[in-house]
Design a protein around this ligand. Structure first.
Ligand SMILES: *Cc1c(COP(=O)(O)O)cnc(C)c1O
Length: 459
C-alpha cells in the first residue's frame, strides 16, 4: 500500500516513512492511495477469530513489507498480552445500548490499544537500524501515559511528553510521571492542550531541529494508531448478537482519531450505519457536522479533559475526502483554518459528511447527570468521556445496534465521579502504587525555544 500526503499527492511513501515521520514534511497527513476492501464473504471468514488473530488479518494490507508476517504476529501477541482481558476489549449491554470497553490496557484508556502496538513497531524498526529516535508528543492526558508505557525502557528511543500544567487529572498525571525509566521525560507546559500541540507541530516543522534530534511523533494523527484502532470496530461487529440490524457507534471525540478509525473500517467494508461524533462543550466538530461551520473558539476546561480540544487534527483527512482527494483544495482549506480560524463546509459536502457522521455536544451538568443516571439504573460507573458518548444516543435517535465506545476507566477521573455520585472510583489494585510514588516532571514556559533547548539538553 502506498501513501500520499493530504497536501501533496504526487509523492508516494511507504508505511515505514508514514509511521516514523507521523506528519508529512509539507504539514499534511498521510493517507493511503487506495484501500483494500473487504466484501461480505471476507467478513464472514473473520467470524470467531480472537482479537489478536483478527488484528493479524486487518493490519497487514496497511503495512506492506514493513515486517514479515511472523514478526507482526509476534508483536501483536506481545502487545495485547498486557491487557486485563483476553480479547483486549469487552462488550457490555447497558439498557438499550451496548458499551465497548476499550480501557483494559496498562494505562486505563483506549489509547493503549494502539500505543502498545506502536511500541512494538518502534522496537522492531530500531533493531534493524543504527539510529536513535526521540519521540515528542503532546497529550491532553491519556496519550502521554499510553505512549510512555509502550516506550519506557526500550533501547535507542527517548520519549518527551508535553502536557498542559494543572489541566489534567492527578491520576492521569501520576500514570505518566511516576515511572523510573531513564528514557522518559515529562514536561508540564504553562498553557492548554492546544498550546502543547502547537509546540510539537512547530518543532516538527523546524526541519533542522527535527532532523537533528531524529524526532518522531505518536500523536493521534499517526496512521499506525488509526489502523490499530480500526481493529476493534471489526471485532465489535462479531460480538453483536444480530449484526444484520444497522450498527451505530457513538464515539467520544477530541482529535477525531478514534472516530476516523471507525470511518476507515467502514470504508474498507465494515457495514456501519452512522458514527456519532460526541463532544463536550468544546464542540467545534459538532458545529461542523451539524451546521457546516468548522470555526475555532476558545478552549474551555471540562471534566472530560481528553476532549478539551478546538482544532481536531485528524479532520484534515476527512476534508481531503470531501475535496475528492484534491491536495490543492485541501491545502487551501487548512490555510484558511490556520489564518482565519474558519472553514465553511458546503451543503453538498455536509450531506456527504452526514451520510456517515452525526454529532452531539454535552455541557458539564448533562455529563454529571448521565453518570448519575447510569449508576442509579444499572449500577455502572461511566467515566465522563464515556458518559458523553452514552448520552449522545439520547440526543441523536437511531435504530439498531447502538454501541458506545468506553474510552477510559472512571478511576482516571475520580473528582468528576465523586461530584456526580459521591463515590470514590478506585484504581485497580495493580496501579495503586502510583498514588505514593515520587513524581518526575519539569514545568516549562509555553515558549518554543525554551522547549527545544530543554529537549536538546536531555538527549
Ligand atoms: C483521547 C481521548 C478521547 C478522544 O479521542 P480522539 O481520537 O482524540 O478523538 C476520548 N476519550 C478519552 C478518554 C481519550 O483519552
Amino acid at each position: 500500500m502506498d501513501y500520499v500526503s493530504t497536501r501533496n499527492s504526487s509523492n508516494s511513501f511507504e508505511f515505514k516513512d508514514v509511521f516514523i515521520k507521523g506528519l508529512a514534511d509539507d504539514g499534511g497527513l498521510f493517507i493511503p492511495k487506495s484501500l483494500h476492501r473487504y466484501e461480505k464473504k471476507d467478513l464472514h471468514e473473520f467470524k470467531n477469530l480472537e482479537y489478536t488473530e483478527l488484528a493479524k488479518k486487518i493490519i497487514p494490507p496497511f503495512i506492506g513489507d514493513f515486517m514479515s508476517e511472523e514478526d507482526l504476529s509476534r508483536i501483536i501477541d506481545k502487545s495485547y498480552s498486557v491487557f486485563r482481558k483476553k480479547n483486549v476489549v469487552d462488550l457490555v449491554k447497558v439498557g438499550d445500548r451496548s458499551i465497548l470497553e476499550l480501557f483494559h490496557g496498562p494505562t486505563l484508556a483506549f489509547k493503549d490499544v494502539a500505543m502498545q502496538l506502536l511500541g512494538g513497531f518502534y522496537e522492531y524498526y530500531l533493531s534493524n537500524q543504527n539510529e536513535k529516535i526521540n519521540i515528542v508528543v503532546a497529550t491532553s492526558g491519556d496519550t502521554g501515559a499510553a505512549a510512555i508505557d509502550a516506550i519506557k525502557g526500550k533501547n535507542n528511543i527517548n520519549i518527551f511528553v508535553l502536557h498542559p500544567n494543572n489541566r489534567i487529572s492527578k491520576v492521569q498525571r501520576r500514570l505518566m510521571t511516576t515511572g523510573k525509566e531513564k528514557n522518559v521525560f515529562n514536561i508540564a507546559i504553562e498553557g492548554n492542550f492546544d498550546d502543547c500541540q502547537n509546540l510539537v507541530k512547530a518543532m516538527f516543522a523546524d526541519k533542522s531541529f527535527s532532523n537533528e534530534i531524529k524526532m518522531s511523533g505518536v500523536n493521534s494523527i499517526n496512521w499506525a494508531r488509526i489502523i490499530a484502532q480500526s481493529v476493534y470496530y471489526f471485532y465489535c461487529y462479531y460480538l453483536m448478537e444480530d449484526n444484520n440490524k444497522p450498527i451505530n457507534f457513538s464515539v467520544p471525540t477530541g482529535n477525531f482519531g478514534d472516530v476516523y478509525a471507525g470511518y476507515l473500517s467502514k470504508k474498507i467494508g465494515l457495514p456501519v450505519n452512522k458514527f456519532i461524533v460526541a463532544t463536550n462543550q468544546n464542540d467545534i466538530l459538532h458545529r461542523a457536522i451539524s451546521k457546516g461551520t468548522y470555526e475555532v473558539e476558545k478552549v474551555a476546561e471540562t471534566i472530560s479533559p481528553s476532549m478539551d480540544i478546538q482544532l481536531a487534527s485528524n479532520f484534515e483527512r476527512l476534508i481531503y475526502d470531501l475535496n475528492n482527494h484534491n491536495d490543492e483544495k485541501t491545502t487551501k482549506a487548512m490555510k484558511d483554518i490556520k489564518e482565519n480560524g474558519k472553514y465553511l463546509i458546503s451543503e453538498e459536502n455536509l450531506n456527504k459528511i452526514n451520510n456517515h457522521f452525526l454529532s452531539s455536544s454535552m455541557n458539564e451538568n448533562e455529563v454529571l447527570n448521565i453518570i448519575k443516571d447510569v449508576h442509579t439504573k444499572f449500577n455502572m460507573i461511566l467515566d465522563p468521556h464515556t458518559a458523553i458518548g452514552y448520552g449522545a444516543f439520547d440526543k441523536v435517535k437511531l435504530e439498531g445496534n447502538n454501541i458506545v465506545l468506553a474510552t477510559a476507566h472512571p478511576c482516571k477521573f475520580p473528582d468528576a465521579i465523586e461530584k456526580a455520585i459521591n463515590i470514590k472510583s478506585e484504581l485497580p489494585n495493580e496501579l495503586l502504587y502510583i498514588l505514593d510514588e515520587k513524581e518526575n516532571y519539569d514545568i516549562v514556559e509555553n515558549n518554543l525555544d525554551k522547549i527545544k533547548n530543554h529537549i536538546k539538553e536531555r538527549i
